[in-house]
Design a protein around this ligand. Structure first.
Ligand code: TRP
Length: 336
């Protein structure tokens, strides 16, 4: 039987938030128990493609992201957590794959297109070679571990599709060496921001972080966008256009949701009471994660150990795959 290998990761440009949790973290925690091998990379090289002018930010967030992983329940006994830049085979593979993809194809990639549009300030009129090519490097991340399943948020689907194309192209030229990975999406898909924006994002300032304190959560929930026509406490509200109602659906029991919505529509419960209840539910939900995180924050040496061990193990795996790739590409000079 073919091995089931999960591989996934995040760019270390900030802490992870509840959008990440519902989009993919939840799936990763579940799936680490269902696969034969599991790799989670901290994509520092990829983070540099749009933060090349801010290496300190990337470096600082490597540990933050690893602590987020550990606090949501990624188990280092099951999942190998590693740093992308410490696996040189991945950079090497990226160079080989760059022959198998055209510039036009990269420019058509919907994820890359959206991101370039968002990063006008950084890139000006012309995007860098590195940023345009990051899907190629992501294909190297995935295939360097023979990964078959990639749990990510839905915005990442075009990148997995691009990886599959590279795999097919590689295999058609050099022989059947690489495997096509499948994307694994969550049912919740994308979580909206506190401001009602379609996307919760670190750069958008509308996120609740997994590591936020109770006070931070209270403050953020109080600022969430509600039905704008509801001005006085006893005005009748419309929960369908209220972010507080939207989050109640994620964090509160079914009965609670029905009750707050009915009371909102009837104008018998004010927004402040409704927000307080939501903030408490979010806070209760995140409490076990905060507790775990506090442990790792107090024991940085344990976090280091997990990263060092994980990276060593990951490197071994990538070397094995690299040997197969080089052989297929006739680059195995002087190998017996
Ligand atoms: N592109 C992902 C992000 O922006 C991070 C990432 C890098 C990744 N390499 C990967 C995800 C490989 C899945 C598989 O967060």
């Amino acid at each position: 039987m073919e091995k089931k290998i999960m591989l996934t990761g995040d760019r270390p440009t900030g802490r992870l938030h509840i959008g990440h949790y519902f989009g993919s973290l939840q799936n990763r925690v579940k799936m680490q128990n269902e696969v034969d091998e599991c790799y989670i990379l901290v994509a520092d090289v990829q983070a540099l493609t749009d933060n090349f002018n801010n290496p300190e930010k990337v470096r600082k967030n490597v540990r933050e992201v690893v602590m987020d992983y550990l606090s949501v329940g990624i188990d280092p006994e099951k999942a190998t957590i590693y740093i992308q830049s410490m696996i040189p085979e991945v950079a090497e593979l990226t160079v080989f794959y760059s022959n198998l993809v055209t510039i036009a194809r990269l420019e058509r990639n919907p994820t890359v297109k959206t991101e370039i549009a968002q990063k006008k300030e950084l890139f000006g009129e012309s995007v860098t070679y590195g940023f345009l090519g990051y899907p190629v490097s992501q294909a190297a991340d995935i295939t360097a571990f023979d990964a078959t399943i990639v749990p990510v948020g839905e915005d990442q689907s075009p990148l997995i599709e691009q990886c599959r194309e590279i795999v097919r192209k590689f295999n058609s030229i050099y022989g059947d060496v690489l495997r096509e990975p499948e994307v694994y999406l969550s049912e919740t898909k994308r979580i909206k921001g506190l401001d009602g924006n379609e996307k919760m994002g670190k750069s958008l300032g509308n996120a609740i972080y997994l590591s936020d304190s109770e006070e931070e959560i209270n403050k953020k929930v109080m600022s969430a966008v509600t039905d704008p026509s509801r001005i006085k406490k006893d005005d009748k509200g419309n929960p369908d256009i209220c972010m507080v109602a939207y989050y109640h659906n994620l964090f509160s029991t079914k009965e609670e949701c029905e009750k707050v919505c009915a009371e909102c529509k009837a104008g018998t419960r004010g927004c402040v009471a409704c927000k307080k209840q939501l903030a408490k539910n979010i806070s209760d939900f995140l409490e076990p994660m905060r507790e775990k995180r506090a442990y790792y924050e107090a024991h940085p040496e344990i976090v280091d150990e997990i990263i060092i061990k994980g990276t060593e193990k990951a490197r071994e795996k990538a070397k094995e795959v690299m040997a197969k790739v080089k052989k297929a590409m006739k680059l195995d000079y002087f190998e017996k």
